[in-house]
Design a protein around this ligand. Structure first.
Ligand code: DGL
Length: 265
């Protein structure tokens, strides 16, 4: 392992980033991971770029003060708007899901790429511009799917209502015959099955959470040692009891304890 990176900070607007943390825990051999969920101020996906950058810088500073060697911006919305500002201010590597997810989408070899995310992520055009920079002849189709976030948090991951909503949101992308669909939101991996069945066979689904963890693993180097799980600390700006229950579903495991923090804003 790269000796300089043993403590990784991960932040998200709330609990969705636990899908990224889960992939990081599976793939990356770090000694410690610190997760910060800005649960007091979520969702970020409906907020303006200025507010998202301000909140993201506060999250990044908090984790930098905790001594992390690398920052992973797990929130797609924060990644779409705030990675340049975070890189400018923090003197550690900053990995965002937008760049990693875009690279993974291009690697599928597809030419017609669909991207779905929150309203703010889609409005930013961050995925579109990043993919276009990597593959100028790609045809990119985007769609904001804001209702997916509350449906997933409600736990309706295999529900007919979610399937109906998915059919409505994704109809345009199906009609365009996209060959690749990039899940540009932390919550969407939990409804990957519903999304895949609406898109139909032959469409490659790219999960930005997994792609990001793969990229972090390549930067950190080394292999996960099954015997020594990293120590994980959870910090939240609001500790509602729902976090532990819903968060466990995102993480695919129990969340033993969380620490309430104030970002002094
Ligand atoms: N974490 C956000 C994202 O990936 C989704 C939830 C929110 O809107 O805050 O864009």
């Amino acid at each position: 392992m790269n000796g300089h990176i043993s403590r990784i900070g991960v932040f998200d607007s709330g609990i969705g980033g636990l899908t990224v943390l889960k992939c990081l825990l599976d793939l990356v051999p770090a000694r410690e991971m610190i997760y910060l969920g800005d649960t007091a101020r979520l969702p970020y996906g409906t907020k303006s770029p200025r507010t998202i950058v301000r909140y993201s810088l506060q999250c990044g500073r908090f984790l930098a003060e905790k001594g992390v060697d690398m920052l992973v911006v797990a929130c797609n919305t924060a990644s779409a708007h705030a990675v340049p500002a975070l890189r400018e201010e923090l003197h550690i590597p900053v990995v965002g899901v937008v760049e990693a997810g875009s690279r993974a989408a291009v690697e599928t070899g597809g030419r017609k790429i669909g991207v779905i995310g929150t309203s703010s992520t889609i409005q930013s055009r961050a995925y579109e511009l990043t993919i276009q920079g990597l593959m100028p002849d790609a045809r990119i189709f985007t769609k904001a799917c804001p209702l997916f976030v509350p449906l997933v948090e409600e736990g309706w991951c295999e529900d007919e209502i979610t399937a109906m909503v998915a059919r409505r949101y994704l109809a345009g992308l199906v009609q365009e015959h996209v060959d690749t669909l990039l899940l540009g939101c932390t919550h969407y991996p939990l409804i990957k099955g519903v999304i895949a069945s609406v898109m139909g066979e032959g469409v490659t689904i790219v999960d930005s959470a997994y792609s990001t963890a793969r990229e972090v693993r390549d930067l950190v180097g080394g292999e996960v040692d099954g015997g020594t799980a990293p120590h994980v600390e959870f910090y939240l700006t609001d500790t509602s009891p729902a976090f532990v229950e819903i968060g466990g579903r995102f993480l695919g495991g129990d969340i033993v304890s969380v620490i309430d923090v104030d970002l002094h804003v």
